[in-house]
Design a protein around this ligand. Sequence first.
Ligand code: FE2
Ligand code: FE2
Length: 186
Amino acid sequence: MSVKNAMTADFLRSAYGGESMAHMRYLIWADVAEKEKMPNIARLFRAIAYAELAHADNHFRALKDQVGDFSVTAGAVFGSGKTVENLQGAIDGELHEIEQMYPVYLETARLQKEKAAERAFHYALEAEKIHAELFKEAQAAAKQGKDLEIGPIYVCPVCGHTVKENLPEACPVCGVKKEKYKHFTA
Ligand SMILES: [Fe+2]
Ligand SMILES: [Fe+2]
């Protein structure tokens, strides 16, 4: 299935750019958290970085027939400070995706009957809602100078669904079996 419409293709490229940068930014911020002796927050950043990789991968695959060299405009949070500030950047970035970016991209894909893009945007939107909440929990701990108390974190490699402690039998978003989830354990 190839993308037919220019606007959906633009949005896929932009989303690919945004997710790629989020992936990298969270790995950078994971190292900062590690240095600040917050290994669980570092682990959360790495788990969510993996989910953003899954999103970038979905957007990239949806564009598989759109071969070419493009300049891409993509929103991204820049800067690296203390972990508590980095978590605010992470929350802001996720909320932008949840409230602005993905709802618009998703509606456009639906309107243009772009099934692959619609699925990719839907998967990302659902995961980002969870990411925002997990980052808020992490920031509440970091504000008190503490690490996040969290057990294993599991990430669906297909849609980026992210869940702590209790692994579901199948992914509630894309249906993949629990054996496929990637584990991020202490
Ligand atoms: Fe996210
Ligand atoms: Fe999934």
